[in-house]
Design a protein around this ligand. Structure first.
Ligand code: 13P
Ligand code: SF4
Length: 310
C-alpha cells in the first residue's frame, strides 16, 4: 500500500469508528500504521485495563487472540472484533485445558498462576492471571508456603520466581520470537556494535539473555524506562513493533534491535493490517466471544490480577 492509499484507509477507519462508537486498542507489536490509528497502544496489562474501563459498544482489538478473548471476558456485553482470527499466539497454544487439569492433579493444593498468554479455558482453571508487568507482584500475593504452578512461559516463570523469591513449578512453554531469536550471541554482538547502549529485554527472553540485561520489563515498561533513563542509546530485546513506540516517545534517543531483522518479528501480530481493521468495522466481523461458564471462571482469575495493580 502506498502512502496515499494508507491515508485513505486510515480516514475510512476513523469515520467508521465514529459511526460505530468503537474504540481501537492496539498492542505495542502491531504494525506502525495500525498503532497510529489506535485510541490506545500498550502492553497486555494496559490493554486489559482499557478494555475493562471502556464504555464503547464496540472494541476493535489489534493484537492476538488471547488478548481479544481477555477483552471479551471482561466485557461480555460489548462486541469485540479481532480483525484477523488467524492472529494466534504459539505460546498460548503450548498448554491446553486438559494438560493443565493433569498438572493440577499431579500437584493437589497448588495455586495456578496463568500468564495472560493463555486461552480462556486455561485461565478458567487458574487462580490468578499475570502479565509481564505484574508477574512478580502476583507471585508475591500467593500465600507463603503454597506450591505454585506457573503456565505457560518457562522464561517468565524463571524471571518472576527469582525476583519474587517464590519457587514455582514451570510449564515448558516459550515464545518462539523471544526464545529462539534473541540469543546471547545476538545480544553480545549488538553490545559490541553499540558499546554505549543499555540492554533492555522482555522477560520472555531466555534466562541467559535476561542475565545480560541492564533492565527487564514489559513492553510498556520498556518505553517508560527509556523515557526516564538519562541514557541516550538502547539495545531492545523484544518484538520490533515496539521500536515505533520507543522512537515516538524518545525521538532524540537511539534504539537498536537486539537481533537482526527479521528475527524479532511475531508473524501473528503482523497479520492485522489497516484494510482488515476497516473491514472489521464495516462488517462487525470477526467477533471473539467466550462461552459463559468458562468466561465467569476466567474473569475471576483476570479480576484477581487487576485488583493487585501493576
Ligand atoms: P507485554 O504484555 O509485555 O506487552 O507482552 C505481550 C507479549 O505477547 C509479549 O510477547
Ligand atoms: Fe505470543 Fe510471542 Fe507473539 Fe507475544 S510475541 S504474541 S508471546 S508469539
Amino acid at each position: 500500500m502506498n502512502e496515499a492509499e494508507r491515508e485513505a484507509v486510515a480516514r475510512d477507519i476513523l469515520r467508521l469508528k465514529r459511526d460505530r462508537r468503537a474504540v481501537i486498542l492496539a498492542h505495542n507489536y502491531q504494525r506502525p500504521e495500525v498503532q497510529d490509528i489506535a485510541d490506545y497502544v500498550g502492553d497486555s496489562l494496559g490493554l486489559s485495563r482499557q478494555a475493562a474501563a471502556t464504555d464503547r459498544p464496540v472494541i476493535v482489538f489489534c493484537g492476538v487472540h488471547f488478548m481479544a478473548e481477555t477483552a471479551a471476558t471482561l466485557c461480555p456485553d460489548r462486541i469485540v472484533l479481532l480483525p484477523d482470527l488467524k492472529a494466534g499466539c504459539p505460546m498460548a497454544d503450548m498448554i491446553t485445558a486438559d494438560q493443565l487439569r493433569e498438572e493440577k492433579a499431579a500437584h493437589p493444593g497448588a495455586a495456578v498462576v496463568a500468564y495472560v498468554n493463555t486461552t480462556a479455558e486455561v485461565k478458567a482453571l487458574s487462580d490468578v492471571c499475570c502479565t509481564s508487568a505484574n508477574a512478580v507482584r502476583v507471585l508475591r500475593s500467593i500465600e507463603p508456603g503454597r506450591e505454585i504452578i506457573f503456565v505457560p512461559d518457562k522464561n517468565l516463570a524463571a524471571y518472576a520466581s527469582a525476583q519474587a523469591g517464590r519457587p514455582v513449578i514451570p510449564w515448558p512453554g516459550f515464545c518462539p520470537t523471544h526464545h529462539h531469536w534473541i540469543t546471547q550471541e545476538a545480544v553480545a554482538r549488538a553490545r559490541r556494535e553499540h558499546p554505549e547502549a543499555l540492554v533492555v529485554v522482555h522477560p520472555e527472553c531466555n534466562p541467559e539473555v535476561v542475565a545480560m540485561a541492564d533492565h527487564v520489563a514489559s513492553t510498556t515498561g520498556m518505553v517508560r524506562y527509556a523515557r526516564e533513563s538519562p541514557a541516550r542509546q538502547f539495545i531492545i530485546g523484544t518484538e520490533e513493533g515496539l521500536l515505533h513506540q520507543l522512537r515516538k516517545a524518545c525521538p532524540d534517543k537511539a534504539f537498536y534491535p537486539a537481533a537482526p531483522h527479521p528475527g524479532m518479528i511475531c508473524p501473528n501480530m503482523k497479520t492485522i493490517t489497516l484494510r482488515k481493521v476497516r473491514h472489521a468495522l464495516e462488517t462487525l466481523q470477526p467477533q471473539v466471544t467466550v462461552p459463559e461458564p468458562v468466561r465467569t471462571r476466567a474473569l475471576a482469575a483476570i479480576q484477581r490480577m487487576l485488583e493487585l495493580g501493576s
